[in-house]
Write a protein that binds this ligand. Structure first.
Ligand code: AMP
Length: 302
């Protein structure tokens, strides 16, 4: 499985504390979450000379293949800063500095070109397309994006959407992209842009999986201790694609399982700051939490 996305230094404020220049980025969270399902996960991305060694080691320890990572020694890593409200579903982006991403021209190593599944993490859609162009027909193409790119690179994003199977968005981004307030109608509009499967994330209220025939509503795991929601969406995407890539099965029942695995990995991610929540989970813990999702919305008819 191949992942392209940002590798970042994040400065985050939550009501419980703040961090500066913590390791983050869409590719980091996606690769770490997916690595619990299959290995190696191959990453294509770029960092500057200031990206800390422990960030790379974190990925290497999870058996992530970094042959497709470019290190620009005299460049600065992508930086993002955000502030969460008391309601952790609300977040303001304070700044986005593209830095080394501004001139990044992704090169997929020869050995990465045949890949079954690819996750196009949140990144400039022009770069997502360039990576797709270098691959030999992957079976599963999942894409994540955000308001930043919907607003700034709308036409390019639409070209990417024509070439993917699954799009993952949050609810406000789905409304922004479709210009439709009702999420079920928005899902139909977005699926007509290309992806046959659309997942709309709703923060702590779960996620909606939609295809032409299916609407499946997955709960989020009820958590008492959420420290840092950063990376929850990416961990969701990583768990989702990781499961699909492992099973190579795009049936509706398996898509539902993948959504629950995505929610499971997201729930581990938010328990700690930055990438720490994805550091040492066991497969047994993942299975336990996956199973407990079933109890959340099961009820008897009488
Ligand atoms: P999430 O909380 O899953 O939506 O993702 C948060 C991660 O996305 C952070 O680690 C950021 O570094 C990264 N990020 C934020 N904005 C962008 C952007 N415009 N392009 C690429 N990555 C971004």
């Amino acid at each position: 499985m191949l992942v392209v996305g940002s590798l970042a230094l994040d400065s985050i404020e939550t009501p419980f504390g703040s961090v500066r220049d913590a390791v983050g980025g869409s590719a980091v969270y996606i690769a770490a979450a997916a690595s619990y399902f299959l290995s190696p996960i191959r990453v294509v991305g770029v960092v500057g000379g200031d990206f800390p060694r422990h960030g790379l080691k974190f990925l290497e320890d999870r058996n992530v293949d970094l042959d497709g990572l470019e290190i620009v020694r005299d460049g600065k890593t992508f930086r993002w800063s955000g502030r969460y409200h008391y309601d952790l579903n609300e977040r303001d982006t304070l700044s986005t500095e593209l830095n080394v991403f501004e001139k990044f021209n992704p090169k997929v190593p020869e050995s990465f070109r045949k890949t079954r599944a690819v996750c196009l993490g949140n990144i400039d859609p022009v770069l997502q397309l360039s990576v797709l162009d270098q691959l030999e027909k992957p079976r599963i193409v999942v894409c994540d994006t955000m308001n930043y790119w919907i607003e700034r690179k709308n036409a390019d994003l639409k070209k990417t959407l024509e070439r993917i199977n699954v799009l993952i968005l949050n609810d406000s981004e789905a409304r922004l992209l479709s210009r439709e307030p009702n999420l079920i109608k928005a899902a139909r509009v977005i699926r007509s842009m290309g992806p046959s499967v659309l997942i709309i994330k709703k923060g702590e209220h779960g996620a909606l999986l939609t295809t032409e025939q299916l609407v499946f509503s997955a709960p989020a795991y009820p958590m008492e201790n959420i420290f840092d929601p950063t990376g929850a969406g990416d961990s969701f995407a990583g768990g989702f694609v990781g499961w699909l890539a492992r099973t190579d099965d795009m049936s509706e029942e398996n898509l539902k399982r993948a959504v629950i695995y995505g929610s499971t990995l997201a729930s581990f991610c938010v328990e700690k700051f930055s990438i720490d929540g994805l550091r040492d989970i066991t497969y047994l813990q993942i299975q336990d939490r996956f199973r407990s999702f079933r109890e959340l919305s099961r009820f008897d008819e009488d």
